[in-house]
Design a protein around this ligand. Structure first.
Ligand code: ARG
Length: 471
Protein backbone atom coordinates (compact mmCIF):
# COMPACT_ATOMS: atom_id res chain seq x y z
CA UNK A 1 0.00 0.00 0.00
CA UNK A 2 1.43 3.39 -0.95
CA UNK A 3 1.33 6.38 1.37
CA UNK A 4 -1.76 7.81 -0.29
CA UNK A 5 -3.77 4.66 0.43
CA UNK A 6 -3.73 3.28 -3.14
CA UNK A 7 -2.03 0.17 -4.47
CA UNK A 8 -1.49 1.66 -7.89
CA UNK A 9 -0.22 5.21 -7.29
CA UNK A 10 3.52 4.65 -7.80
CA UNK A 11 3.60 6.49 -11.12
CA UNK A 12 1.26 9.30 -10.08
CA UNK A 13 2.36 12.79 -9.04
CA UNK A 14 -1.03 14.07 -7.92
CA UNK A 15 -3.55 12.39 -5.64
CA UNK A 16 -6.99 11.63 -7.04
CA UNK A 17 -9.55 14.44 -6.97
CA UNK A 18 -12.07 13.77 -4.26
CA UNK A 19 -14.87 13.86 -6.81
CA UNK A 20 -13.05 11.32 -8.92
CA UNK A 21 -12.66 9.15 -5.86
CA UNK A 22 -16.43 9.12 -5.47
CA UNK A 23 -16.93 8.30 -9.12
CA UNK A 24 -14.26 5.63 -9.18
CA UNK A 25 -15.23 3.76 -6.04
CA UNK A 26 -17.42 0.67 -6.13
CA UNK A 27 -16.96 -0.18 -2.45
CA UNK A 28 -20.33 1.42 -1.70
CA UNK A 29 -22.00 -1.54 -3.41
CA UNK A 30 -19.45 -4.27 -4.11
CA UNK A 31 -18.90 -4.93 -0.38
CA UNK A 32 -21.54 -7.58 -1.02
CA UNK A 33 -18.91 -9.60 -2.85
CA UNK A 34 -16.74 -9.86 0.29
CA UNK A 35 -17.37 -13.54 1.12
CA UNK A 36 -16.72 -14.57 -2.49
CA UNK A 37 -13.64 -12.37 -2.74
CA UNK A 38 -12.18 -13.97 0.36
CA UNK A 39 -13.11 -17.47 -0.74
CA UNK A 40 -11.41 -16.78 -4.09
CA UNK A 41 -8.32 -15.36 -2.40
CA UNK A 42 -7.93 -18.38 -0.15
CA UNK A 43 -8.13 -20.73 -3.13
CA UNK A 44 -5.69 -18.57 -5.11
CA UNK A 45 -3.21 -18.47 -2.20
CA UNK A 46 -3.47 -22.22 -1.66
CA UNK A 47 -2.67 -22.77 -5.32
CA UNK A 48 0.27 -20.32 -5.12
CA UNK A 49 1.70 -22.37 -2.28
CA UNK A 50 1.18 -25.61 -4.20
CA UNK A 51 3.32 -24.27 -7.07
CA UNK A 52 5.96 -22.88 -4.71
CA UNK A 53 5.19 -19.17 -5.12
CA UNK A 54 4.22 -19.00 -1.45
CA UNK A 55 5.71 -21.09 1.33
CA UNK A 56 3.33 -23.16 3.42
CA UNK A 57 3.84 -20.76 6.32
CA UNK A 58 3.04 -17.79 4.15
CA UNK A 59 -0.10 -19.48 2.89
CA UNK A 60 -1.16 -20.35 6.44
CA UNK A 61 -0.70 -16.72 7.51
CA UNK A 62 -2.64 -15.45 4.51
CA UNK A 63 -5.46 -17.94 4.98
CA UNK A 64 -5.72 -17.13 8.65
CA UNK A 65 -5.60 -13.39 7.97
CA UNK A 66 -8.32 -13.63 5.31
CA UNK A 67 -10.57 -15.51 7.70
CA UNK A 68 -10.02 -12.77 10.26
CA UNK A 69 -10.97 -10.14 7.69
CA UNK A 70 -14.12 -12.14 6.93
CA UNK A 71 -15.13 -12.31 10.56
CA UNK A 72 -14.54 -8.59 10.95
CA UNK A 73 -16.84 -7.97 8.00
CA UNK A 74 -19.42 -10.43 9.28
CA UNK A 75 -19.41 -8.76 12.71
CA UNK A 76 -19.84 -5.35 11.10
CA UNK A 77 -16.48 -4.20 12.47
CA UNK A 78 -14.93 -3.55 9.08
CA UNK A 79 -14.72 0.13 8.16
CA UNK A 80 -15.23 0.48 4.42
CA UNK A 81 -13.31 3.47 3.13
CA UNK A 82 -13.94 5.23 -0.16
CA UNK A 83 -10.18 5.39 -0.75
CA UNK A 84 -10.15 1.57 -0.79
CA UNK A 85 -12.00 1.86 -4.11
CA UNK A 86 -13.39 -1.61 -4.15
CA UNK A 87 -13.86 -4.68 -1.98
CA UNK A 88 -10.81 -6.38 -3.49
CA UNK A 89 -8.45 -3.59 -2.44
CA UNK A 90 -10.20 -3.18 0.91
CA UNK A 91 -9.77 -6.86 1.81
CA UNK A 92 -6.16 -6.94 0.64
CA UNK A 93 -5.31 -3.75 2.50
CA UNK A 94 -6.81 -5.10 5.71
CA UNK A 95 -4.97 -8.39 5.25
CA UNK A 96 -1.66 -6.53 4.98
CA UNK A 97 -2.53 -4.49 8.06
CA UNK A 98 -3.26 -7.70 9.97
CA UNK A 99 -0.41 -9.96 8.87
CA UNK A 100 2.22 -7.58 7.47
CA UNK A 101 4.44 -8.03 4.43
CA UNK A 102 3.35 -11.61 3.69
CA UNK A 103 -0.05 -10.19 2.80
CA UNK A 104 1.60 -8.25 -0.02
CA UNK A 105 2.31 -11.54 -1.80
CA UNK A 106 -1.35 -12.49 -2.23
CA UNK A 107 -1.83 -10.49 -5.41
CA UNK A 108 0.92 -12.41 -7.25
CA UNK A 109 -0.34 -13.92 -10.53
CA UNK A 110 -3.67 -12.16 -10.23
CA UNK A 111 -5.40 -8.96 -11.30
CA UNK A 112 -8.56 -7.34 -10.01
CA UNK A 113 -9.89 -7.96 -13.50
CA UNK A 114 -9.96 -11.75 -13.20
CA UNK A 115 -10.70 -11.44 -9.49
CA UNK A 116 -13.87 -9.38 -9.84
CA UNK A 117 -15.29 -11.52 -12.65
CA UNK A 118 -14.69 -14.59 -10.48
CA UNK A 119 -16.32 -13.01 -7.43
CA UNK A 120 -19.37 -12.05 -9.45
CA UNK A 121 -19.70 -15.54 -10.93
CA UNK A 122 -19.55 -17.04 -7.42
CA UNK A 123 -22.13 -14.55 -6.18
CA UNK A 124 -24.45 -15.39 -9.08
CA UNK A 125 -24.06 -19.13 -8.49
CA UNK A 126 -25.15 -18.63 -4.91
CA UNK A 127 -28.19 -16.58 -5.86
CA UNK A 128 -29.16 -19.10 -8.51
CA UNK A 129 -29.09 -21.97 -6.03
CA UNK A 130 -31.43 -19.97 -3.80
CA UNK A 131 -33.70 -18.99 -6.71
CA UNK A 132 -33.94 -22.62 -7.83
CA UNK A 133 -35.00 -23.70 -4.34
CA UNK A 134 -37.48 -20.82 -4.08
CA UNK A 135 -38.87 -21.60 -7.50
CA UNK A 136 -39.38 -25.23 -6.51
CA UNK A 137 -41.35 -23.91 -3.53
CA UNK A 138 -43.58 -21.88 -5.83
CA UNK A 139 -44.09 -24.85 -8.16
CA UNK A 140 -45.12 -26.94 -5.18
CA UNK A 141 -47.62 -24.32 -4.01
CA UNK A 142 -49.13 -24.11 -7.50
CA UNK A 143 -49.30 -27.88 -7.77
CA UNK A 144 -51.06 -28.21 -4.40
CA UNK A 145 -53.66 -25.61 -5.36
CA UNK A 146 -54.14 -27.34 -8.71
CA UNK A 147 -54.59 -30.70 -6.99
CA UNK A 148 -57.15 -29.18 -4.64
CA UNK A 149 -58.97 -27.36 -7.45
CA UNK A 150 -59.31 -30.21 -9.88
CA UNK A 151 -63.13 -30.22 -9.68
CA UNK A 152 -63.55 -26.45 -9.99
CA UNK A 153 -64.67 -25.08 -13.34
CA UNK A 154 -63.92 -21.52 -14.39
CA UNK A 155 -64.17 -19.52 -17.59
CA UNK A 156 -60.93 -19.59 -19.55
CA UNK A 157 -60.20 -16.25 -21.21
CA UNK A 158 -58.92 -14.87 -24.47
CA UNK A 159 -58.68 -11.08 -24.87
CA UNK A 160 -59.82 -11.09 -21.24
CA UNK A 161 -63.27 -12.10 -22.51
CA UNK A 162 -64.82 -15.30 -21.19
CA UNK A 163 -63.99 -17.89 -23.83
CA UNK A 164 -64.40 -21.56 -22.91
CA UNK A 165 -64.80 -23.41 -19.63
CA UNK A 166 -61.61 -24.89 -18.19
CA UNK A 167 -60.66 -26.53 -14.93
CA UNK A 168 -59.05 -24.20 -12.40
CA UNK A 169 -56.35 -26.85 -12.09
CA UNK A 170 -55.64 -26.57 -15.81
CA UNK A 171 -55.21 -22.81 -15.54
CA UNK A 172 -52.88 -23.14 -12.55
CA UNK A 173 -50.89 -25.83 -14.32
CA UNK A 174 -50.22 -23.37 -17.14
CA UNK A 175 -48.20 -21.43 -14.57
CA UNK A 176 -46.53 -24.65 -13.51
CA UNK A 177 -45.32 -25.06 -17.11
CA UNK A 178 -44.12 -21.46 -17.30
CA UNK A 179 -42.19 -21.64 -14.04
CA UNK A 180 -40.79 -25.07 -14.97
CA UNK A 181 -39.23 -23.47 -18.03
CA UNK A 182 -37.80 -20.78 -15.78
CA UNK A 183 -36.33 -23.50 -13.64
CA UNK A 184 -34.50 -24.87 -16.69
CA UNK A 185 -33.33 -21.38 -17.66
CA UNK A 186 -31.99 -20.69 -14.18
CA UNK A 187 -30.23 -24.01 -14.30
CA UNK A 188 -28.60 -23.10 -17.62
CA UNK A 189 -27.55 -19.75 -16.17
CA UNK A 190 -25.91 -21.68 -13.34
CA UNK A 191 -23.93 -23.69 -15.90
CA UNK A 192 -22.85 -20.46 -17.60
CA UNK A 193 -21.61 -19.05 -14.28
CA UNK A 194 -19.49 -22.13 -13.64
CA UNK A 195 -16.61 -21.13 -15.94
CA UNK A 196 -13.86 -19.53 -13.84
CA UNK A 197 -12.12 -16.31 -14.95
CA UNK A 198 -9.47 -16.43 -12.19
CA UNK A 199 -6.01 -17.08 -13.61
CA UNK A 200 -6.61 -14.88 -16.64
CA UNK A 201 -4.64 -12.09 -14.95
CA UNK A 202 -5.22 -8.60 -16.28
CA UNK A 203 -6.04 -10.03 -19.71
CA UNK A 204 -3.08 -11.93 -21.15
CA UNK A 205 -2.61 -14.76 -18.70
CA UNK A 206 0.07 -14.75 -16.00
CA UNK A 207 3.80 -15.35 -15.71
CA UNK A 208 3.46 -18.22 -13.25
CA UNK A 209 2.67 -21.90 -13.76
CA UNK A 210 -0.75 -21.47 -12.09
CA UNK A 211 -2.94 -24.51 -11.59
CA UNK A 212 -6.28 -23.10 -12.71
CA UNK A 213 -7.95 -26.52 -12.61
CA UNK A 214 -7.21 -26.85 -8.90
CA UNK A 215 -8.51 -23.37 -8.11
CA UNK A 216 -11.65 -24.03 -10.16
CA UNK A 217 -12.25 -27.31 -8.35
CA UNK A 218 -11.84 -25.71 -4.92
CA UNK A 219 -14.24 -22.90 -5.76
CA UNK A 220 -16.86 -25.20 -7.28
CA UNK A 221 -16.39 -24.08 -10.88
CA UNK A 222 -16.69 -26.64 -13.62
CA UNK A 223 -13.58 -25.45 -15.42
CA UNK A 224 -11.33 -22.43 -15.97
CA UNK A 225 -12.13 -20.18 -18.92
CA UNK A 226 -10.34 -21.11 -22.14
CA UNK A 227 -9.38 -17.58 -23.22
CA UNK A 228 -7.95 -15.05 -20.79
CA UNK A 229 -9.16 -12.05 -22.82
CA UNK A 230 -12.69 -13.41 -22.87
CA UNK A 231 -12.45 -14.25 -19.16
CA UNK A 232 -11.90 -10.66 -18.09
CA UNK A 233 -13.97 -8.89 -20.72
CA UNK A 234 -17.20 -10.88 -20.95
CA UNK A 235 -20.20 -10.73 -18.68
CA UNK A 236 -22.28 -13.23 -20.61
CA UNK A 237 -22.85 -15.33 -17.50
CA UNK A 238 -24.33 -12.26 -15.79
CA UNK A 239 -26.50 -11.58 -18.82
CA UNK A 240 -27.71 -15.18 -18.81
CA UNK A 241 -28.56 -14.73 -15.16
CA UNK A 242 -30.43 -11.49 -15.77
CA UNK A 243 -32.28 -12.89 -18.79
CA UNK A 244 -33.44 -15.86 -16.73
CA UNK A 245 -34.34 -13.57 -13.82
CA UNK A 246 -36.31 -11.29 -16.15
CA UNK A 247 -38.20 -14.33 -17.46
CA UNK A 248 -39.10 -15.43 -13.93
CA UNK A 249 -40.21 -11.91 -13.04
CA UNK A 250 -42.31 -11.60 -16.17
CA UNK A 251 -44.11 -14.84 -15.27
CA UNK A 252 -44.54 -13.69 -11.68
CA UNK A 253 -46.05 -10.45 -12.97
CA UNK A 254 -48.62 -12.32 -15.06
CA UNK A 255 -49.69 -14.45 -12.13
CA UNK A 256 -49.78 -11.34 -9.91
CA UNK A 257 -51.89 -9.47 -12.45
CA UNK A 258 -54.40 -12.33 -12.62
CA UNK A 259 -54.63 -12.51 -8.84
CA UNK A 260 -55.31 -8.77 -8.74
CA UNK A 261 -58.16 -9.23 -11.22
CA UNK A 262 -59.47 -12.42 -9.67
CA UNK A 263 -59.54 -10.96 -6.17
CA UNK A 264 -61.51 -7.89 -7.30
CA UNK A 265 -65.25 -7.73 -6.54
CA UNK A 266 -65.84 -7.86 -10.30
CA UNK A 267 -64.35 -11.36 -10.49
CA UNK A 268 -64.52 -12.61 -6.91
CA UNK A 269 -62.73 -15.84 -7.90
CA UNK A 270 -60.19 -15.80 -5.12
CA UNK A 271 -59.43 -14.33 -1.74
CA UNK A 272 -55.83 -13.36 -1.10
CA UNK A 273 -54.81 -13.89 2.50
CA UNK A 274 -54.82 -10.81 4.73
CA UNK A 275 -51.13 -11.51 5.25
CA UNK A 276 -50.34 -10.30 1.72
CA UNK A 277 -52.74 -7.39 1.42
CA UNK A 278 -53.09 -3.99 3.00
CA UNK A 279 -55.84 -1.48 3.66
CA UNK A 280 -56.56 2.12 2.83
CA UNK A 281 -55.93 5.03 5.17
CA UNK A 282 -59.25 6.60 4.15
CA UNK A 283 -61.55 3.85 2.85
CA UNK A 284 -62.21 1.40 5.68
CA UNK A 285 -63.60 -1.33 3.41
CA UNK A 286 -60.49 -1.61 1.23
CA UNK A 287 -58.31 -4.69 0.99
CA UNK A 288 -55.67 -4.12 -1.64
CA UNK A 289 -53.58 -6.74 -3.39
CA UNK A 290 -50.36 -4.81 -2.72
CA UNK A 291 -48.05 -7.82 -2.80
CA UNK A 292 -49.28 -8.68 -6.29
CA UNK A 293 -49.01 -5.10 -7.47
CA UNK A 294 -45.46 -4.79 -6.21
CA UNK A 295 -44.45 -8.12 -7.72
CA UNK A 296 -45.91 -6.88 -10.99
CA UNK A 297 -44.04 -3.58 -10.69
CA UNK A 298 -40.73 -5.22 -9.85
CA UNK A 299 -40.81 -7.22 -13.08
CA UNK A 300 -40.17 -3.92 -14.83
CA UNK A 301 -37.05 -3.44 -12.74
CA UNK A 302 -35.61 -6.86 -13.51
CA UNK A 303 -36.32 -6.44 -17.22
CA UNK A 304 -34.54 -3.07 -16.99
CA UNK A 305 -31.62 -4.71 -15.19
CA UNK A 306 -31.21 -7.13 -18.06
CA UNK A 307 -31.53 -4.37 -20.61
CA UNK A 308 -29.16 -2.21 -18.59
CA UNK A 309 -26.31 -4.70 -18.56
CA UNK A 310 -26.91 -5.57 -22.19
CA UNK A 311 -26.58 -1.89 -23.07
CA UNK A 312 -23.55 -1.50 -20.80
CA UNK A 313 -21.71 -4.29 -22.63
CA UNK A 314 -22.72 -3.18 -26.10
CA UNK A 315 -19.79 -1.93 -28.20
CA UNK A 316 -17.22 -2.23 -25.39
CA UNK A 317 -13.80 -2.97 -26.85
CA UNK A 318 -11.88 -5.92 -25.40
CA UNK A 319 -10.69 -6.62 -22.82
CA UNK A 320 -11.56 -5.24 -19.36
CA UNK A 321 -12.99 -1.70 -19.13
CA UNK A 322 -13.97 0.12 -15.97
CA UNK A 323 -17.49 0.27 -17.38
CA UNK A 324 -17.81 -3.33 -16.23
CA UNK A 325 -17.62 -2.17 -12.62
CA UNK A 326 -21.25 -1.12 -12.94
CA UNK A 327 -22.41 -4.64 -13.93
CA UNK A 328 -22.93 -5.49 -10.27
CA UNK A 329 -25.61 -2.85 -9.77
CA UNK A 330 -27.88 -4.65 -12.22
CA UNK A 331 -27.09 -8.08 -10.87
CA UNK A 332 -27.58 -7.12 -7.20
CA UNK A 333 -30.82 -5.37 -7.98
CA UNK A 334 -32.29 -8.32 -9.86
CA UNK A 335 -31.13 -10.75 -7.18
CA UNK A 336 -32.73 -8.66 -4.43
CA UNK A 337 -36.02 -8.64 -6.32
CA UNK A 338 -36.10 -12.40 -6.90
CA UNK A 339 -34.93 -13.22 -3.37
CA UNK A 340 -38.07 -11.52 -2.12
CA UNK A 341 -40.69 -11.96 -4.81
CA UNK A 342 -40.30 -15.71 -5.33
CA UNK A 343 -40.85 -16.68 -1.67
CA UNK A 344 -43.66 -14.12 -1.32
CA UNK A 345 -45.48 -15.53 -4.33
CA UNK A 346 -44.99 -19.09 -3.10
CA UNK A 347 -46.46 -18.23 0.32
CA UNK A 348 -49.26 -16.20 -1.19
CA UNK A 349 -50.26 -18.93 -3.65
CA UNK A 350 -50.22 -21.46 -0.82
CA UNK A 351 -52.71 -19.37 1.16
CA UNK A 352 -55.13 -18.47 -1.66
CA UNK A 353 -58.73 -19.39 -1.14
CA UNK A 354 -60.72 -19.92 -4.33
CA UNK A 355 -64.47 -19.54 -4.74
CA UNK A 356 -65.54 -22.35 -7.09
CA UNK A 357 -69.17 -21.14 -7.01
CA UNK A 358 -68.26 -17.71 -8.37
CA UNK A 359 -66.02 -19.20 -11.02
CA UNK A 360 -68.68 -21.63 -12.13
CA UNK A 361 -71.33 -18.91 -12.27
CA UNK A 362 -69.03 -16.78 -14.44
CA UNK A 363 -68.53 -19.72 -16.80
CA UNK A 364 -72.29 -20.37 -16.99
CA UNK A 365 -73.31 -16.78 -17.56
CA UNK A 366 -71.32 -15.94 -20.59
CA UNK A 367 -71.95 -18.31 -23.48
CA UNK A 368 -68.67 -20.13 -22.82
CA UNK A 369 -70.36 -23.24 -24.23
CA UNK A 370 -71.10 -21.62 -27.61
CA UNK A 371 -68.27 -23.58 -29.25
CA UNK A 372 -69.78 -26.75 -27.78
CA UNK A 373 -73.06 -26.03 -29.56
CA UNK A 374 -71.24 -25.44 -32.84
CA UNK A 375 -69.35 -28.73 -32.49
CA UNK A 376 -72.60 -30.45 -31.49
CA UNK A 377 -74.13 -29.36 -34.82
CA UNK A 378 -70.98 -30.46 -36.67
CA UNK A 379 -71.48 -33.86 -35.03
CA UNK A 380 -74.94 -33.94 -36.62
CA UNK A 381 -73.71 -33.20 -40.12
CA UNK A 382 -73.44 -29.40 -40.21
CA UNK A 383 -70.31 -27.75 -41.59
CA UNK A 384 -68.34 -25.87 -38.93
CA UNK A 385 -68.75 -22.51 -40.67
CA UNK A 386 -72.55 -22.85 -40.93
CA UNK A 387 -72.73 -24.13 -37.37
CA UNK A 388 -70.72 -21.11 -36.21
CA UNK A 389 -73.21 -18.76 -37.89
CA UNK A 390 -76.23 -20.56 -36.42
CA UNK A 391 -74.83 -20.48 -32.89
CA UNK A 392 -73.95 -16.80 -33.36
CA UNK A 393 -77.65 -16.19 -34.05
CA UNK A 394 -78.61 -18.17 -30.94
CA UNK A 395 -76.22 -16.08 -28.86
CA UNK A 396 -77.73 -12.92 -30.33
CA UNK A 397 -81.21 -14.13 -29.36
CA UNK A 398 -80.05 -14.94 -25.81
CA UNK A 399 -78.39 -11.54 -25.38
CA UNK A 400 -81.58 -9.81 -26.57
CA UNK A 401 -83.76 -11.86 -24.21
CA UNK A 402 -81.35 -11.94 -21.27
CA UNK A 403 -81.15 -15.75 -21.34
CA UNK A 404 -78.48 -18.44 -21.36
CA UNK A 405 -77.85 -21.00 -24.10
CA UNK A 406 -78.83 -23.88 -21.80
CA UNK A 407 -82.22 -22.27 -21.18
CA UNK A 408 -83.30 -22.55 -24.82
CA UNK A 409 -85.93 -25.22 -25.53
CA UNK A 410 -85.86 -27.67 -28.45
CA UNK A 411 -88.89 -25.93 -29.99
CA UNK A 412 -86.99 -22.64 -30.16
CA UNK A 413 -83.79 -24.28 -31.33
CA UNK A 414 -85.40 -26.11 -34.23
CA UNK A 415 -86.26 -22.71 -35.72
CA UNK A 416 -82.50 -22.21 -36.23
CA UNK A 417 -81.58 -25.71 -37.43
CA UNK A 418 -83.46 -28.98 -37.79
CA UNK A 419 -80.34 -30.80 -36.56
CA UNK A 420 -80.99 -29.93 -32.88
CA UNK A 421 -82.23 -32.89 -30.85
CA UNK A 422 -82.65 -34.01 -27.23
CA UNK A 423 -78.83 -34.34 -26.85
CA UNK A 424 -78.56 -30.54 -26.80
CA UNK A 425 -78.92 -29.93 -23.08
CA UNK A 426 -76.31 -32.52 -22.26
CA UNK A 427 -73.95 -30.90 -24.76
CA UNK A 428 -74.18 -27.47 -23.13
CA UNK A 429 -73.45 -28.68 -19.58
CA UNK A 430 -70.14 -27.26 -18.37
CA UNK A 431 -68.95 -30.72 -17.36
CA UNK A 432 -69.59 -32.06 -20.88
CA UNK A 433 -67.68 -29.15 -22.35
CA UNK A 434 -64.76 -29.93 -20.06
CA UNK A 435 -64.75 -33.68 -20.67
CA UNK A 436 -64.88 -33.30 -24.45
CA UNK A 437 -61.51 -31.47 -24.35
CA UNK A 438 -59.75 -34.80 -24.12
CA UNK A 439 -57.02 -33.86 -26.60
CA UNK A 440 -53.48 -34.14 -25.26
CA UNK A 441 -52.83 -31.12 -23.01
CA UNK A 442 -56.53 -30.20 -22.97
CA UNK A 443 -58.78 -29.44 -20.02
CA UNK A 444 -60.67 -32.77 -19.69
CA UNK A 445 -60.39 -34.10 -16.15
CA UNK A 446 -58.39 -37.15 -17.23
CA UNK A 447 -55.98 -34.98 -19.19
CA UNK A 448 -55.57 -32.57 -16.27
CA UNK A 449 -55.02 -35.48 -13.89
CA UNK A 450 -52.30 -36.72 -16.23
CA UNK A 451 -50.76 -33.23 -16.20
CA UNK A 452 -50.90 -33.22 -12.40
CA UNK A 453 -49.11 -36.54 -12.28
CA UNK A 454 -46.47 -35.38 -14.72
CA UNK A 455 -46.00 -32.14 -12.81
CA UNK A 456 -45.62 -33.98 -9.51
CA UNK A 457 -42.94 -36.27 -10.87
CA UNK A 458 -41.06 -33.38 -12.49
CA UNK A 459 -41.13 -31.52 -9.18
CA UNK A 460 -39.80 -34.63 -7.49
CA UNK A 461 -36.95 -34.70 -10.02
CA UNK A 462 -36.20 -31.03 -9.31
CA UNK A 463 -36.11 -31.72 -5.59
CA UNK A 464 -33.59 -34.50 -6.16
CA UNK A 465 -31.27 -32.34 -8.28
CA UNK A 466 -31.54 -29.57 -5.69
CA UNK A 467 -30.52 -31.99 -2.95
CA UNK A 468 -27.52 -33.03 -5.05
CA UNK A 469 -26.65 -29.36 -5.56
CA UNK A 470 -26.67 -28.79 -1.81
CA UNK A 471 -24.86 -32.02 -1.02
N1 ARG B 1 -13.80 -2.47 -9.03
C1 ARG B 1 -13.49 -3.06 -10.31
C2 ARG B 1 -14.76 -3.70 -10.87
O1 ARG B 1 -15.69 -3.81 -10.16
C3 ARG B 1 -12.42 -4.11 -10.16
C4 ARG B 1 -11.50 -4.24 -11.30
C5 ARG B 1 -10.76 -2.98 -11.53
N2 ARG B 1 -9.64 -3.18 -12.35
C6 ARG B 1 -8.86 -2.17 -12.69
N3 ARG B 1 -7.84 -2.43 -13.39
N4 ARG B 1 -9.14 -0.96 -12.31
O2 ARG B 1 -14.82 -4.03 -12.02
Amino acid sequence: MNDDGHFWSGRFEQPPHELFEQLNASITFDWRLAPYDIQGSVAHARMLSSIGVLTEEEFAAIEDGLHKVMSEIARGEFAFDLADEDIHSAVEKRLIALIGDTGKKLHTARSRNDQVATDLALYIQDQLRQHLADLAGLLEALLKQAQAGVEAIMPGYTHLQRAQPVLLAHHLLAYFEMFSRDYVRLWRALDAARVMPLGAGALAGVNYPVDREAVAAELGFERPGANSIDDVSSRDFALDYLAAAAGVSMHLSRLAAELILWSSSEFGFVEISDMFTSGSSIMPQKKNADACELIRAKAARVAADHQGLLSLMTALPLAYNKDAQEDKLYVFDAADVLLLTLPVMAEMVGTLSFDPGRMRAAAEESFTVATEVADYLVGRGESFRDAHRIVGQLVRKCIDEGRRLDELGLDELSGFSERFDEGYHEAVRLESAIERKASYGGTATASVRAQLKGAASRLEGMRQTLDELDG
